[in-house]
Write a protein that binds this ligand. Structure first.
Ligand code: SF4
Length: 173
């Protein structure tokens, strides 16, 4: 199953700790006012890549240790992102994803493909972008309502558990 992307960045430093490979998927249902990537909203357009092709792109930069799925809405293409995340993790990369849904919404919905994506992630930055809560001092988050969650711990507890590692949540810039 192919990923449908609007683009990717091979050397991002704003979507997680260290140098990361970030994908921007095509299509988002949330339409948050003030969104920085409105060109990713339409589900039409973009280009397609397989998980294997994406892994090959990631491997081109030996400094990359982690991959972040960004928006658009990665959970709108949950099966393809889950397959990609499994491949990336098997190759030794830490995998994070943004989503406009909350962890609680995803858990309550229980969609098998979305649960499979959650089960393939290390980190989830959840919740919509809320302009009134926007701050440029938040690390890896656009607005204060968004949370940086440790996904394995959150799934085990069946409730949102914040990531505690310093490199993810080491305070404000
Ligand atoms: S979820 Fe992300 S990509 Fe989608 S509208 Fe909100 S800020 Fe933009």
């Amino acid at each position: 199953m192919n990923l449908k992307l609007a683009g990717f960045a091979g050397d991002s430093i704003v979507d997680g700790p260290g140098i990361r490979f970030t994908t921007f998927c095509q299509g988002c249902p949330h339409h948050c006012p003030g969104c920085h990537n409105p060109e990713t909203w339409p589900f039409e357009g973009g280009f397609e890549v397989t998980a294997e092709e994406l892994l090959a792109h990631v491997k081109r930069n030996p400094l990359v240790r982690g991959v972040t799925f960004s928006g658009g809405e990665p959970f709108a293409q949950a099966a393809a992102h889950a397959e990609t995340a499994r491949l990336l993790k098997a190759a030794g990369y830490e995998v994070a994803s943004y989503t406009g849904y909350t962890f609680e919404q995803l858990l309550a919905e229980g969609d098998p493909d979305r649960m499979a994506l959650l089960e393939s992630l290390d980190i989830l930055v959840d919740g919509p972008f809320i302009q009134d809560q926007c701050s440029l001092t938040l690390r890896f988050r656009g607005s204060a309502n968004q949370r940086i969650l440790n996904v394995p711990k959150s799934l085990a507890a069946r409730e949102a558990v914040w990531e505690t590692r310093e490199r993810w949540v080491g305070g404000e810039y």
